[in-house]
Design a binder for this molecule. Sequence first.
Ligand code: PMP
Ligand code: GLN
Length: 413
Amino acid sequence: QARRLEGIDKNIWVEFVKLAATYSTVNLGQGFPDFPPPDFLKEAFSRAVSGEKHTLHQYTRAFGHPPLVKILAQLFGKLLGRELDPMTNVMVTVGAYQALFCCFQAFIEEGDEVIIIEPFFDCYEPMVKMAGGTPVYIPLRPKAPKEGKLMSSADWQLDPAELASKFSEQTKAIVLNSPNNPLGKVFSRGELELIADLCVKHDALCISDEVYEWLVYDGKEHIRIASLPGMWDRTVIVGSAGKTFSITGWKVGWTVGPNRLLQHLRTVHQNSVYHCATAAQDAVAQGFQRELERYGKPDSYFVQLPRELQQKRDQLIQSLVAVGMKPIIPEGTYFLVADISEFKSEVPDVPDSDEPYDSRFAKWMVKNKGLAAIPLSAFYCGAHKDNYNSFIRFCFAKDATLKAADDILQRWK
Ligand code: PMP
Ligand code: GLN
């Protein structure tokens, strides 16, 4: 085994997907919708595979199928208010996972530090380590909500002085994930400015994971850090068609950024994956074409999906409140983190061990209640797993599954 693989053999998704399959549970664990993607996208995929253009069954351009990079350049050009070149400012990847992998491989040297905001999407840590870098963690710290109110993901905040103290000569990059998985926090302009100023001051890069960019609620706005002063030149935006169009199995993602950075992502990509599935890229391109024509209109999927998800969020909040789990209301994403500390007395047979309590609880719940959720400690580094160990994350991008989960929860009492 290569040294770079030391300590990264465990994976929360592999573990919980297996648990969910074994106990044939109601699965609010791994994040994917249980409802179909929009018809226009399914039709575009069918046309791509059974239409006249048999070239769509063959390789396309390594760094992105031309129709897809063109439409992405158009859309992100509009969102960022700058002219983008489809060939040099956009690169298509095998999901956001590969986009992230390319970033760390392209920029991180042995000894470089990468700042990661906890709780974080778990893959950042092993990817930084595989690239030879050292992750440096900074937590979002919860503030107590007003008396009698539920906590919001906005109550989880960075301490500005603590964040500043994490930047050093060794800092190569910070990973930003807004809207954040697992909390659903949507970083405010002030919070983004704080991060941006530190990046500029310390000449650090920003790897901005924005896979949930369209999933924001209650009229909140998703602000792109690349649009702040001094940031375009040092930011790589990472996106995912899986989250954007509810097609996580297609594994189409992208990066958007300045050529001075993307040229190095292309080097990693051409020498590893080389190319992503052509038909899926073609269908996603058609999906974006449709969305660009309907931008901001009521029949846009980017308008409809968050509206529907907000209702599902509120439905899950009700189910949880009714049984005494305390949800933290997410401002974005399709995840919700709930406080289970008041359940402790009701789960007498969670075996005691070194494992964080939330993890033992989640495993007990899968096995005994048939309900799958992900322990929050999975989104903390090894040393910090016990700092916030009484929360579990639910995915609410569900129809029938949400109802089935409610049945389990209400029967629990
Ligand atoms: N980043 C975050 C924050 C995620 O939640 C996920 C999981 N979808 C990914 C990246 C990976 O996305 P993809 O499925 O497109 O590889
Ligand atoms: N991003 C998804 C989540 O947070 C799933 C990631 C995975 O299955 N590897 O649930």
